[in-house]
Design a protein around this ligand. Structure first.
Ligand code: B1M
Length: 222
């Protein structure tokens, strides 16, 4: 692996946000995700490769260690913070495709769920594909999706969930949206979600990753 990407992967995995950050103590004074991402971009590494070869594998390692009780929530949070510092550099590249809006995409992480990294990535990529984004944030209930739809009639809705306990809230949200505006197209995604679950709850599409989400939306718009 490219040395710069390997260092970035390590910084995100261990939650080193930037050079000034005192955490983790063994990386004190060293560059963090903020500096290393800029260095990778300066070296001509593609933003997509930074994402796919460093950031996403880093979070995968974090998740595995959390499952094995080798790290705990505070460490996970620091990794998420480091990932955010890196993503801030990548956002302009993914969101630069703004010409004429292809439509509006209302996205949120469902009720009870605070994970927003994947949701933010999807929003970033969809924005880059020329859609207007209404990002409702995390812990979003059906009422807030309905309110956003009343302000943005005809918008496509995207629901994200990362927990097996909150993916079930997707069903309730889909049912309420379909009851109020049956023609609303709803896409679901997030690690525990799959196509069977999507069909079961009456959503229209499941995208395992942002590329699939963009392809689906672009097909709708064409
Ligand atoms: Co949480 N957490 N977490 N966590 N966390 C997971 C999800 C977990 C799998 C870790 C583990 O045990 N291995 C586990 C869930 C287990 C389960 O339900 N099966 C878990 C748990 C248990 C918890 C808590 C309950 C821990 C606790 O408190 N005891 C707690 C719950 C809080 C809550 O939400 N109510 C919790 C908290 C947190 C933090 C706050 C510390 C932090 C989140 C910070 C943040 O998001 N701002 C966190 C993190 C960082 C993780 C892991 C390590 C990383 C998640 C992530 O960002 N992945 C995660 C383990 C893992 O995933 N490996 C874990 C990277 C991201 C790019 O991937 O989000 O999957 P992902 O998104 C992908 C695709 O899924 C897809 O595109 C993205 C890019 O490829 N996608 C969509 C996502 N949404 C989409 C929507 C679409 C289409 C595609 O269309 C609309």
């Amino acid at each position: 692996m490219n040395e710069k990407l390997a260092k970035l992967l390590e910084a995100v995995e261990y939650g080193k946000v930037d050079q000034k950050s005192p955490y983790p103590p063994n990386l004190k004074g060293m560059d963090g995700a903020h500096e290393l991402t800029q260095q990778a971009l300066d070296a001509g590494i593609r933003p997509q490769d930074i994402l796919e070869e460093a950031l996403i594998p880093a979070m995968g390692n974090v998740g595995r260690k959390f499952s094995e009780n080798k790290i705990f929530v505070p460490q996970m949070l620091m990794s998420a913070k480091a990932m955010g510092a890196s993503m801030a550099h990548l956002k302009p590249f993914f969101a630069s495709g703004k010409i004429k809006s292809r439509g509006t995409f209302v996205i949120g992480t469902v009720k009870g769920d605070l994970h927003d990294i994947g949701k933010n990535l999807v929003a970033m990529m969809v924005e880059g594909a020329g859609w207007t984004i209404v990002d409702l944030g995390v812990d979003v209930d059906a009422g807030r999706f309905l309110e956003a739809l009343s302000k943005n009639p005809g918008a496509v809705v995207g629901l994200s969930a990362l927990l097996t306990t909150t993916m079930t809230n997707m069903g309730e949200i889909v049912a309420k949206i379909k009851e109020s505006t049956p023609d609303t197209v709803i896409m679901v995604g997030g690690a525990p979600v799959n196509m069977d679950f999507c069909r079961k709850i009456g959503a229209d599409f499941y995208a395992p990753e942002p590329r699939g989400a963009v392809d689906f939306l672009n097909q709708l718009a064409s």
